[in-house]
Design a protein around this ligand. Structure first.
Ligand code: SAM
Ligand code: DTB
Ligand code: SF4
Length: 337
């Protein structure tokens, strides 16, 4: 079994990145098999519950109010619409439902409405995840009390590159939110974006920071930048796809027990590139036609890809805390599809 470490040095990660591709993939895949079913992939569906109009300046993001990207600002969705969308996602085979809001941080008055969404989604027998921006400890506790399983809050990039991407909040703010989430007893979903013009050293820096957190995030989304016209990062030089696979492989090696999500960017990836990512240790995807505002592969395509690769949706069991769940049904429905 690969040892779980929290003391990774930058040069060690750089040495992993520099391995011959086949050696790196062999190491990553061995670590993957030691801790995970290599043919099981966790399936989450995303929904934007509050779109656009965000006051932050994240250079990659189509939802920042200051960039002209064509995304229209909308109000917080009502609970019934969220529930309807979650039910459809569950019936299509998703086992986790992730609700995203284009906020710097939620206002206290937003929390009861989001809590109602979380309760409703959980009552469907799905795992719940939310990404709402920075959280105070009391907000984190209120979300936990509503039944939130995961909170997604990304570090996005290496500490030394962060200042080139976001100016409206600090790296430390992100670390503080993650601490509030952990202290409230929720699982963290935390990763970043590659392909933003960062160097390999900075990709290593992101993974090093993630791996040296007090607890490895249970879920690690690795996003490949979705270039949206109107954002400052539109037109950034494309990352070599093999370098993307290397990033997944290094994430797998340094956080061997975490579930690594092949996150945004799949719509622009070939099936072969995705298959390499699954071999390198990715074992989670977003499933459904949309991410938050941009396109994701359609469900028929993903079902066919799973079938061609012999992949199965990862089973989850939330019954202990929610006796109404008949979760096996969901997994069977997806397998039959
Ligand atoms: N507003 C909240 C926040 O920033 O924490 C939650 C939603 S925000 C859209 C969640 C994450 O989506 C960001 O941290 C970033 O990693 C990812 N993301 C946003 N735009 C992206 C893009 N164009 N390509 C890839 N990932 C993106
Ligand atoms: C994450 O790491 N990636 C997701 C989710 N967490 C919230 C978001 C990707 C957003 C891609 C751009 C968009 O669709 O707006
Ligand atoms: Fe706002 Fe989140 Fe987009 Fe940044 S990533 S602009 S905080 S929605």
């Amino acid at each position: 079994m690969t040892q779980v470490r929290h003391d990774w040095r930058r040069d060690e990660l750089m040495a992993l990145f520099a391995l011959p591709f086949n050696d790196l993939l062999a190491r990553a895949h061995t670590a993957h098999r030691a801790h995970h079913d290599p043919n099981a992939v966790q399936v989450s569906t995303l929904l934007s519950i509050k779109t656009g109009g965000c006051p932050e300046d994240c250079a990659y993001c189509p939802q920042a109010a200051r960039y002209q990207t064509g995304v229209q600002a909308e109000k917080l969705m009502d609970v019934d619409t969220v529930l309807e969308r979650a039910r459809a996602a569950r019936d299509a085979g998703a086992t986790r439902f992730c609700m995203g809001a284009a906020w710097r941080s939620p206002k206290d008055r937003d929390i009861p409405k989001v809590a109602a969404m979380i309760r409703a989604v959980r009552a469907l027998g799905m795992e719940t995840c939310a990404t709402l921006g920075m959280l105070s400890s009391s907000q984190a506790q209120a979300l936990k009390d509503a039944g939130l399983d995961y909170y997604n809050h990304n570090l996005d990039t290496a500490p030394e590159f962060y200042g080139e991407i976001i100016h409206t909040r600090e790296y430390q703010d992100r670390l503080d939110t993650l601490e509030h989430v952990r202290a409230a007893g929720m699982k963290t979903c935390c990763g970043g974006i590659v392909g933003m013009g960062e160097s390999r050293e900075q990709r290593a820096g992101l993974l090093q920071t993630l791996a040296n957190l007090p607890e490895h995030p249970q879920s690690v989304p690795i996003n490949r930048l979705v270039q949206v016209e109107g954002t400052p990062l539109h037109g950034t030089a494309l990352l070599d796809p093999f370098e993307f696979v290397r990033t997944i492989a290094v994430a797998r090696i340094v956080m061997p027990k975490s579930v690594v999500r092949l996150s945004a960017g799949r719509a622009e990836m070939s099936d072969e590139l995705q298959a390499l990512c699954f071999f390198a240790g990715a074992n989670s995807i977003f499933y459904g036609e949309k991410l938050l505002t941009t396109d994701n592969p359609d469900v028929e395509h993903d079902r066919a890809l799973f079938k061609r690769l012999g992949l199965q949706p990862m089973q989850v069991d939330v019954r202990e805390e929610n006796p109404r769940t008949a979760h096996a049904d969901i997994v069977e429905r997806c397998a039959a599809a």
